[in-house]
Every structure is written in structure tokens, then in C-alpha cells.
Ligand binder design. Structure first.
Ligand SMILES: [Zn+2]
Ligand SMILES: [Zn+2]
Length: 437
């Protein structure tokens, strides 16, 4: 078995891992880089070029130079498998040759499907094969076993990939302190012990190993913060972070507040609930304290995309207009984004709490700063309350100790060398280097 980490040996996100046997070749994750030369990628310019200057993407480093993968090449991959619905793991799918099947979990597919109108790239999920967690599937020589993982994206997977001789395990992004923390124990119990290689995420390496709170502790802190407060509560979190949305929803129920979400989040909760096997709250008669706001920019995105118009037409019975929002503002907990400033302004929401609930690194851009300045000027006090989506050092240590892989390769990290402090089996690789196991 040969492995090439095309990107991700020394960076967080943009992951692409190729696994090759004599007759088969698969790609694990097709991630968009979060940073390029230390700066966020300017997607606007990228898609102006598309599709005329393919070479530019490779020259710029947005696409690693992988033969037989992209839409302008003769396809030479059996499949791409996607671990979860974060852009740094699926964002390059729009460049992949459409005759190559793409495997993903049902939840991942739903989230990507609803998110497509909000990206600039023309992504069509035409050749998708869905897998169920803990149900192995075959791609050429490879048997792939997906494990459900606890992460800040819903329905995230780790993969155990075997051919006739060797087995590797790819953790994907994971953690052990979310609402699905039992998944980590299940992964440790069920994944192969003594695998030939483990590719383990190390986002936390080199970062301050801040004291991580569980999602349940997050909910308690949230309730404590809001309890007794009489004004509007606005929060900003990731739309894929279902654990976090549930925490805000539960706080709203406990504090007898109205949970206001926009049509984007409403569709995600509705579609995920429809998958079954979960008890997610969603806008319906069964959840009377959920109301749906229809920001025009979100509605336009859905209405302009072929095949996505139905997302704009749901939830009319749960719809809340801005004048009603204004009247009941003292009892709302509402999900917002900087693009919703106009809705906040026209509903005249003021003198409230704004809770930023994302990684602080995303906060450092002009768009976000401007949003928070506008909120401050309308009397909002700004707070940050968050718990991360990635494994702590002790979670990583537990995985290494219990799975006892022969080789350990850090990935999705800025400081892979620090993993050597945890094990002697650690091998450091470079992007694009092919190695045998
Ligand atoms: Zn990631
Ligand atoms: Zn992720």
C-alpha cells in the first residue's frame, strides 16, 4: 500500500490523502486550503478564472498537482471519500472529475447539498455514493470501514482502509468532549489494533491546550450568562456545528425564550432530522419555540440555484417578520451572521448580548470586526463563549495508546513534530511525498 499526503502534513485543513494499491487508487478528503502562504484564499478571484486557467490553480497552490483527479484530466482514481462537511475536507469537489464516484455519509451529503448555494464554486453532487457508519464498503482492492466520530461537523467519519495485506486508519477531525463523546470510545473499541499506519489529526499541537469544556458544560455556562437578562440574545456559530445549535436551543427552552434561526439553519436541522436516528429540534408544530427568519440574501441564494428553490419555500407557518421580532426581542435567542446586519437593524434589536461561538482565529477579519462595531453601537455587549471541535492532547494520547499502530503520521496540524512527545512511532512526512507501508 502506498500513501501520499498531497496536503496536510504541515497545515490545518486543505487535506488530501491518496491511498494506492497495485490496482486501486482512492483519495481521502478533497479539502480547500484554509490559508495559502499564511493568508486566507481569495475565492472571488479564483472563480473569475474558472474554468479557463486551470494551470493557475495548481501554480497558486490551491490545487496540489495530482494526475488523474481533476475534471480536465483522464480519470485515474476509483473514488474519493469525504470524512465530513467542512470546506477544508470537501471544498475541492467542484474540481474533481465527475466520473469519479464520491463517497460520503448521508448527513455530510445533506449539509453540503444545502450549503452549495452559499459557495461561489459551481459544485454539483452528481456521482455520490452514501455510506452508513460501521457498515464496510468495497472500492476496488480496498475495504473501507467508516466510524462515526464526535466533531463540530455533524455525521463526521474516521476510516479504516484495508487491502489484502495492510490496514491504515485515518481519524479525520475528531474530539471527545462533544455531545457524541461516546463515539470516540466506540472508535477506540472497534478500530483495528496494531494497524500498519495511523494518520491522526493534530490540530491542537502547538496551540495553547486551553482547558476544554464539554458541550454540556458549555450549555450550563450559557444558561448562567443569559439567566435574568432582559434583552435580545444574538449568537454566531457554525451552521454545521449541530452540537452548538442544540446547546443554544436547549438554553432557549430552559430560559423560556424563542429560538430564532434563519432559513439556512432551519433547512439543515429539518433535513438532518429527516434522516432519522436523531432527535434534533427542527421548525415544526412539535417545537413551538422555534421561529424562522427569512433573510433576503439567503432566500435569493436558494431561489437562484436550480434544484434548491424548495429550501426557500418551507417553514411559512413558523415565519417571523421583523416587526414581531422587534416586539418580542427581550425573549429571543437568535442565530446571526455578519450578513444579517440589515435584519438586525430593521427589527431594531438593541441593548442585548452578542455571543461569539466560533474559533477566535476566524474573528480577526474586517467583515467580522465591522459587524461587532455596529452591534456595540446599538448597545450590544460582546462576549466570546466557545469550546473547540478538535481532539485534546489527552484524547490523541488515548487513541495512540489503545490502537497501538505500527506507524503514526500526524496530519491536519501546524506542528507535527510535537507528536513525537507522545510516541516513538511517529513518522514525519512532507506534502506530496509517497511512502510505502
Ligand atoms: Zn479540518
Ligand atoms: Zn472539521
Amino acid at each position: 500500500m502506498k500513501i501520499t499526503i498531497h496536503r496536510g502534513t504541515h497545515e490545518i485543513g486543505g487535506t488530501l490523502v491518496e491511498v494506492k494499491s497495485e490496482n486501486s487508487r482512492i483519495l481521502v478528503d478533497a479539502g480547500y486550503p484554509l490559508l495559502l502562504n499564511g493568508k486566507p484564499v481569495d475565492t472571488e478571484n479564483v472563480y473569475v478564472w474558472f474554468p479557463y486557467l486551470y494551470g493557475k490553480f495548481i501554480e497558486q497552490g490551491i490545487l496540489p498537482d495530482v494526475k488523474g483527479l481533476y475534471c480536465w484530466d483522464k480519470p485515474m482514481f476509483n473514488a474519493v471519500i469525504v470524512s465530513h462537511a467542512h470546506i477544508d475536507h470537501y471544498g475541492l469537489l467542484s474540481f474533481i472529475n465527475s466520473s469519479i464516484p464520491v463517497y460520503m455519509s448521508r448527513g455530510t451529503r445533506k449539509i453540503i447539498d444545502i450549503s452549495v448555494p452559499f459557495h461561489e464554486e459551481p459544485l454539483y453532487l452528481s456521482n455520490v455514493c452514501e455510506f452508513d457508519m460501521y457498515e464496510p464498503f468495497q472500492i476496488g482492492d480496498f475495504r473501507v470501514m467508516p466510524f462515526l466520530m464526535d466533531h463540530s461537523a455533524f455525521d463526521a467519519a474516521a476510516f479504516e482502509i484495508s487491502d489484502q495485506e495492510k490496514t491504515i486508519i485515518y481519524t479525520g477531525d475528531f474530539r471527545g468532549h462533544g455531545r457524541k463523546s461516546a463515539c470516540l470510545a466506540r472508535f477506540i473499541a472497534k478500530a483495528k489494533k496494531g494497524a500498519d499506519a495511523l494518520l491522526v489529526e493534530g490540530t491542537i499541537l502547538g496551540r495553547r491546550d486551553e482547558e476544554v469544556i464539554t458541550e454540556q458544560e458549555f450549555e450550563e455556562l450559557l444558561v448562567k450568562k443569559i439567566e435574568g437578562f432582559k434583552g435580545p440574545v444574538l449568537f454566531q456559530s457554525s451552521t454545521q456545528n449541530i452540537d452548538r445549535l442544540v446547546s443554544f436551543y436547549r438554553a432557549a427552552v430552559r430560559l423560556d425564550r424563542i429560538f430564532v434561526i434563519d432559513t439556512y439553519i432551519a433547512n439543515i436541522l429539518y433535513e438532518l432530522r429527516r434522516l432519522g436516528n436523531n432527535n434534533l429540534p427542527y421548525p415544526s408544530v412539535h417545537y413551538p419555540n422555534i421561529r424562522v427568519l427569512k433573510p433576503s440574501q439567503v432566500m435569493l441564494r436558494f431561489l437562484k440555484r436550480i434544484g434548491k428553490q424548495h429550501f426557500a419555500k418551507r417553514f411559512s407557518v413558523k415565519y417571523i417578520q421583523e416587526d414581531e421580532l422587534n416586539r418580542i426581542q427581550y425573549k429571543i435567542i437568535m442565530a446571526v451572521r455578519p450578513s444579517m446586519w440589515e435584519n438586525i437593524r430593521s427589527a431594531n434589536l438593541q441593548n442585548g448580548l452578542f455571543i461569539y461561538s466560533l474559533w477566535s482565529g476566524y474573528r480577526n477579519n474586517d467583515y467580522q470586526k465591522e459587524f461587532e462595531v455596529l452591534l456595540s453601537k446599538t448597545g450590544f455587549s460582546i462576549h466570546e463563549l466557545h469550546t473547540g471541535g478538535h481532539a485534546t492532547l489527552s484524547d490523541i494520547k488515548k487513541v495512540l495508546q489503545e490502537l497501538k499502530p505500527k506507524k503514526i503520521i500526524p496530519i491536519h496540524t501546524m506542528a507535527p513534530e510535537l507528536l513525537r512527545n507522545l510516541s516513538e512511532q511517529v513518522l514525519l512526512k512532507k506534502d506530496g511525498e509517497t511512502f510505502c507501508i
